[in-house]
Design a protein around this ligand. Structure first.
Ligand SMILES: Nc1nc2c(ncn2[C@@H]2O[C@H](COP(=O)(O)OP(=O)(O)O)[C@@H](O)[C@H]2O)c(=O)[nH]1
Ligand SMILES: [Mg+2]
Ligand SMILES: [Zn+2]
Length: 367
């Protein structure tokens, strides 16, 4: 059950977008707060000063060179042009058009039409419809709306660390729902297994077995020791994947390990609260030796589900499917209703309790 993507979306300009808070963007740039990087990226084009003012003579956007966004940082986008025409650094044209409804105008992975300018620069004029995406509910001051983290990808690696005591299953379940919503396959990656004692890892593996039973891939890895990395490399093969997860879980370190070079900046975890600092600024796509493309994204403090009605959530928990029609009162939210078949299945152990708890915590966040 994936979200219907309308093929008939009307092309529209996002003029409203340009009303924004420029000050905030420059503050974000100064502070380099990468959790808010996405906000900055979205608003980046507000302060864009087009290098070429007129596009008379350009005509239809379809006549412009096509390319894919391979790097996104603070309103600047690297676009890899088709037909081996190289990479150009782009800003977004004021009033650029898009085939998407999301609050994010340009995201990494987008196919765009650009107007090349002098000196390997260019302007993005149009953003094509995203076939798949991973997105979240926008946070911060510009709350609401659908913030796109990456587009046109096959799968996400939901990275969590095996070391944390505050490891929360619900975060993984949230990413799974988010992935399914955007037609992306979730793969669960538990990193830093070198830091955990064997007994803890065994218990964790047992707890996580449910995901394999549900058909999701689960990898235990260590970017540090290389354990499990061959499997991860194999998962990248012939696919476009993105690393997502909280700051400090080791996404950039994993990317570097897969690349065999220090391409992405990584950071130490803050001692005080065990949380990572935001060391990665911007998103970038890499070609993995051995095959596949991999996108590194900055860490996210929150990953909220956007664009889902509470009554639709059960469609994203595959193990509920067998029971959905058996509830006495339909529609049923499976939270409190009497003779709810889902609740009964949880009580009978036919549905994993942890997954059901995640369902409850997610449904609470949906309007
Ligand atoms: N012990 C251990 N530390 C790791 C591992 N992977 C990453 N780290 C460390 O975790 C910290 C955060 O890594 P980073 O890649 O910046 O995380 P990101 O914010 O998710 O990109 C760095 O100090 C890394 O050296 C691992 O497998 N084992
Ligand atoms: Mg990083
Ligand atoms: Zn029910």
């Amino acid at each position: 059950m994936s979200k219907q993507k309308g093929s008939h979306r009307t092309r529209r300009t996002l003029k409203d977008w340009t009303k924004g808070n420029r000050e905030r963007v420059s503050r974000l740039e100064r502070e380099g707060n990468s959790d808010e990087h996405f906000d900055a990226v979205e608003s980046g084009y507000q302060r864009m000063k087009p290098r070429a003012v007129t596009i008379e003579g350009v005509g239809e956007v379809d006549s412009l060179p096509r390319g894919q966004v391979t790097q996104a940082q603070s309103g600047t986008y690297d676009v890899l042009l088709e037909e081996q025409q190289g990479v150009i650094s782009c800003r977004v044209k004021r009033g650029a058009s898009t085939d998407n409804d999301d609050a994010t105008l340009v995201a990494i992975g987008d196919f765009v039409r650009v107007q090349p300018l002098e000196g390997d620069h260019g302007l993005i004029h149009h953003v094509e419809e995203r076939k798949t995406l991973i997105g979240r509910k926008r946070t911060g001051r510009k709350k609401g709306g659908h913030q796109v983290i990456a587009s046109n990808l096959d799968q996400i690696f939901c990275v969590a660390t095996a070391e944390r005591d505050d490891f929360r299953r619900s975060v993984i379940d949230r990413y799974i729902v988010g992935a399914l919503l955007g037609d992306v396959t979730p793969v669960i990656v538990l990193n830093k297994i070198d830091t955990a004692p064997e007994s803890y890892l065994e218990a964790l593996a047992e707890d996580m077995l449910i995901y394999e039973e549900l058909g999701y891939k689960l990898l235990f890895v260590s970017a540090k020791t290389g354990a499990g990395m061959d499997e991860l490399r194999e998962e990248c093969c012939d696919k476009v994947s993105a690393m997502v997860g909280q700051s400090g879980v080791g996404k950039s370190t994993l990317v570097n390990a897969l690349l065999g070079r220090e391409e992405r900046e990584t950071g130490a975890v803050r001692e005080s609260d065990g949380r990572g600092r935001h060391t990665t600024v911007g998103s970038e796509i890499f070609l993995i030796p051995g095959g596949g493309y991999l996108i590194d994204t900055p860490g996210l403090r929150e990953f909220g589900i956007h664009d889902l009605e509470p009554q639709e959530l059960d469609g994203y928990f595959v193990e509920f499917f067998d029971f959905l029609q058996e509830c006495k009162y339909l529609p049923c939210s499976h939270t409190h209703e009497p003779e709810c078949a889902v609740i009964e299945a949880v009580e009978l152990g036919k549905i994993d309790q942890g997954r059901y708890m995640s369902y409850l915590s997610i449904i609470d966040t949906l309007e």
